[in-house]
Design a binder for this molecule. Structure first.
Ligand SMILES: C[S@@+](CC[C@H](N)C(=O)[O-])C[C@H]1O[C@@H](n2cnc3c(N)ncnc32)[C@H](O)[C@@H]1O
Length: 359
């Protein structure tokens, strides 16, 4: 019988392991993740049984990457990476400053360097949709040129994660490249709005909690304490999709009274809707005033566990361990992650491709 080729992945900018976990669930070994944030180590290793290499990508030599593949006995080397997105994200008002700062592009430059020097058979890159604008972001053009010069076929597209079974609307750029032949992402699995996973599917059965409360059986199920004013605001926001537009005058923020602030009233401080996917989960998702992050019916913003479930992490993904870790760090970990379900779809696309082309 023909021997199955061994697929081994390395996850650059691995964070707490959103991408890695999707691959692990699809039974692709992820031998190591690399990230310069030591606070990600616990979650990454504990939930994935992969090694966390805490280092700046600039210090990671191609020799080290090659050795990791070799020691794992890789037949098909897969390099996956979701470089930091803040320089490109439309949700980040500081991106203009980033655009001017040369160092902001460095992580992606090193991704390119590692591809050129290691030449893995398969590369997967995920990022915010804005990066696909080659005119605004020449770094993306360089990334594509590097793939062509090194013999890769590639395909990329901006996908809405809700069309792939993530209970969240999140537009992401997904690129797949291969030296084995043409490769692309599988077709959307949940395109019909009636079949999309919803907020109710993801968080509907969690224990109700108050704002500021930590649920004893799961410390991740904790939400931010609201000020007296914000508590009045969420109470005045109609259940299941209401927004600041419905507030009495005395609760409205001064900046929302200006013409320029009116559009924000439809989103910030709003409540999610039970029977739709959630809005994009960001690193600020614990704060009512930074998006539609209100619980559909309880008078609070979503909890960290709810954010993780909307990012399609499984219920038992452990983000905390024994060390003390702040809510701000945890919401950064969760908001920055690639939804696990999207990573599974990427892994499935790679497996399909390998089955088609491997000799
Ligand atoms: C968008 S997040 C990645 C999320 C991760 N792939 C996941 O699915 O959970 C980007 C990550 O890049 C890391 N990072 C930023 N600059 C880096 C650098 N110079 N070297 C290594 N990691 C870096 C950040 O710490 C962050 O965890």
């Amino acid at each position: 019988m023909k021997k199955e080729p061994k697929l081994v992945a390395i996850d650059l900018f691995c964070g707490v392991g959103g991408i890695t976990h999707g691959f692990v669930r699809e039974k692709i070994q992820v031998v190591a993740g690399i990230d310069n944030d030591p606070t990600c180590k616990y979650s990454y290793e504990h939930n994935n049984k992969s090694s966390f290499i805490c280092d700046d990508i600039a210090n990671v030599s191609s020799g080290r990457i090659k050795k990791l593949y070799k020691d794992a006995g890789a037949d098909i080397k897969i390099l996956i990476g979701c470089a930091p997105c803040q320089p490109y994200s439309s949700l980040n008002p500081k991106r203009v400053q980033y655009k001017k700062k040369h160092t902001a592009w460095e992580p992606l430059e090193h991704f390119i360097r590692i591809i050129e020097e290691v030449k893995p058979q398969i590369v997967s890159m995920e990022n915010v949709k804005e990066l696909s604008d080659e005119k605004k972001y020449p770094i993306f053009k360089r990334f594509l040129a590097c793939l062509t010069e090194n013999g890769y076929s590639y395909a990329y597209e901006v996908v809405d994660t809700s069309t792939y079974g993530v209970p969240q609307k999140r537009k992401r750029l997904v690129l797949l490249a291969s030296r084995m032949g043409e490769i692309s992402l599988i077709s959307p699995t949940h395109k019909d709005p009636a079949k999309m996973k919803t907020v109710r599917d993801a968080i509907g059965d969690l224990q109700p909690i108050l704002d500021g409360e930590v649920f004893a059986k799961d410390r991740l199920h904790q939400s931010s304490k609201l000020s007296k004013l914000n508590k009045s605001r969420i109470k005045a926001t109609p259940k299941n999709g209401g927004s600041a537009k419905d507030w009495p005058e005395h609760l409205v923020l001064d900046c929302h009274k200006l013409d320029s602030g009116k559009t924000y009233m439809a989103t910030v401080y709003g409540r999610m809707r039970w029977d739709e996917p959630s809005p994009t989960i960001t690193t600020n998702c614990l704060t009512l005033g930074t998006g539609r992050f209100g619980h559909p019916t309880q008078d609070r913003a979503i909890s960290l566990r709810e954010a993780a479930l909307l990012q399609s992490f499984p219920k038992n993904y452990d983000f905390i361990g024994k060390e003390k870790i702040s809510k701000t760090i945890l919401s950064r970990h969760i908001g920055n992650a690639v939804p696990v379900r999207l990573a599974q779809v990427i892994a499935q696309s790679i497996k399909l491709h390998v089955n088609q082309y491997a000799e």
